[in-house]
Ligand binder design. Structure first.
Ligand SMILES: C[S@@+](CC[C@H](N)C(=O)[O-])C[C@H]1O[C@@H](n2cnc3c(N)ncnc32)[C@H](O)[C@@H]1O
Length: 246
């Protein structure tokens, strides 16, 4: 019996019990007709704006900071081979329950962003870094890792500075605001908010070419393609030594 078949054998009342056993859902995931997990965020609207390929057959995708797995499961539905990564265990979020109810075969890795390497995982056509960058203390190091994993496109969505920061109204300067512990939403896992220009500049310096970027309120979304820039890589490598992927 396949996993997909066995998921249907879970009766609706058991499905609802499993969903209710997850203390906090982040994603609203339609696990079967009429049953949606009670998430608090609007991932569907981010998905609309990402413009991911509708047919992902033959593509490898990695969803870093997957949480309950909304984007991982959507990529799987579109035909991609998907690796979901989060430093939380899969039973610590809604991922395990959602995967079971969907009959998903997405590979889950409990791992820290900073430990991901293409030498171990291989390269990915689609790299998703959604809602995670502002949780990472070393922004450029994370982008370098995303670049190492990527052989196609990066989809990045993050908290961002909403307002022009300079008094003279000049907003087109790359700016990164640091949040001392708990300053942002009383959440100790929040470190940084860049403005859109800063995200774009840092991506370009991390060997990406910007395909599309947009800002909505305090969130930005950027789609970028990998490029090879040995000159930038050389200066990155001499600056960081051996701890990051070359
Ligand atoms: C705000 S949620 C975003 C979930 C999803 N990507 C989305 O956009 O809806 C951030 C997720 O990233 C995970 N996370 C934060 N820092 C991480 C790190 N250093 N390594 C791996 N996962 C991390 C958290 O556990 C959480 O599940």
């Amino acid at each position: 019996m396949t996993e997909a078949t066995s998921s249907k054998s879970v009766p609706d009342d058991e499905a609802l019990r499993l969903i209710g056993s997850v203390p906090a859902w982040y994603h609203r995931i339609a696990v079967r007709p009429g049953i949606v997990t009670p998430g608090t965020t609007d991932a569907a609207s981010v998905l609309d704006r990402l413009h991911l390929p509708t047919d992902c057959s033959g593509l490898r995708a990695i969803d870093i900071g997957a949480r309950d797995g909304f984007f991982s499961f959507e990529l799987e539905r579109r035909g991609a081979e998907v690796v979901a990564v989060d430093y939380m265990p899969r039973q610590g979020t809604g991922f395990d329950v959602a995967a079971r109810l969907l009959g998903s075969s997405v590979e889950y890795r409990q791992e820290n962003f900073y430990r991901l390497r293409s030498a171990e995982l291989g390269k990915f056509d689609l790299v998703l870094c959604l809602g995670i960058l502002y949780h990472l203390p070393d922004f450029l190091g994370a982008l370098r890792i995303a670049r190492d994993l990527c052989r196609g496109r990066l989809y990045l969505e993050t908290l961002a500075l909403e307002q022009p920061v300079r008094a003279d109204g000049v907003a087109d300067v790359p700016i990164l605001q640091y949040f001392p512990m708990r300053e942002r939403a009383n959440d100790r896992t929040n470190f940084w908010a860049p403005n859109l220009r800063c995200v774009v500049d840092m991506l370009e310096d991390s060997e990406f070419r910007i395909l599309r970027s947009e800002q909505q309120g305090d969130r930005v979304l950027v789609v970028a393609a990998v490029v090879d820039d040995p000159d930038r890589r050389y200066y990155w490598n001499i600056a960081t030594g051996v701890d990051y992927p070359a």
